[in-house]
Design a protein around this ligand. Sequence first.
Ligand code: G
Ligand code: G
Ligand code: MN
Ligand code: NA
Length: 256
Amino acid sequence: VSLENRLRQALQEDRLSLHFQAKVAAGDGRLVGAEALLRWQDGETMIPPDQFIPVAEECGLIVPIGEWVIARAVSQIAEWRHRYPQVPPIAINLSPRQFWRPSLAQGMLDALAAADLPTSALEVEITESVVLDPEGDGIEQLNRLRAAGIGIALDDFGTGYSSLSYLQRLPISVLKIDRSFIRPLAADRSDGDSEPLVRAIIAMAHSLSLQVVAEGVETPQQLQTLQALNCDILQGYLLSRPLPPGQFAEKFLVDR
Ligand code: G
Ligand code: G
Ligand code: MN
Ligand code: NA
């Protein structure tokens, strides 16, 4: 059976789940957000998203899967907000192909309204490939979301085809520095120190009034360097791995 068919079946049988990875303030370590990340439990094995997301994007299954992610995230946020006094914005990842559906943005706003949630409860993470996709009206729909109050983060910044012009063309509020720039930070590495680049990216983002998230923070040395460079928000295994909802709440959310 192909991966595609197994994935279709997993979606039908509700075997996908969301894990949540904390984003913390670089200054004082408080929780300022979380990223929802898809997980597929296939019997005994957990199939990682970098194996099935590309397949789902290729065959179009990412559209119903993306709808499921939106619904699951919204109901999880509603449940948490009912129980905990302070729940930060929760981010979901959106693939370019999801923007082929002109109702993506309105569907998200409707889902939030139906759950009685403010738009500030949700964020989205996109890559610059949304701009490059000729099939979708990505920028228009992102403008809609942004105007409605949904935060938009540009993911994996510095890799792929990301160009500085997208920082102006996309209605983003947050820039996430790709972890390939964080890994060489504060380490003796033959492939060179990325500190000058990270410093410049942070300064540029701040001059555009964007918040900066460092992805893939794994060591205390990286954390210290990022603090010294005025990075706003940290995400990575040093702070927390992505966790199932129950564990995330236990670790990061405080009961009423
Ligand atoms: O969670 P990490 O576990 O391995 O995720 C790998 C990749 O899969 C990342 O690039 C991430 O953006 C992507 N990804 C994870 N969850 C989702 C999702 O719900 N939707 C989309 N479109 N991509 C996701
Ligand atoms: O492309 P995106 O940024 O959405 O991908 C997030 C991916 O990064 C997920 O697969 C998540 O599991 C992974 N990730 C999160 N923190 C770390 C980290 O500290 N180190 C590494 N290597 N991967 C991480
Ligand atoms: Mn992401
Ligand atoms: Na990323």
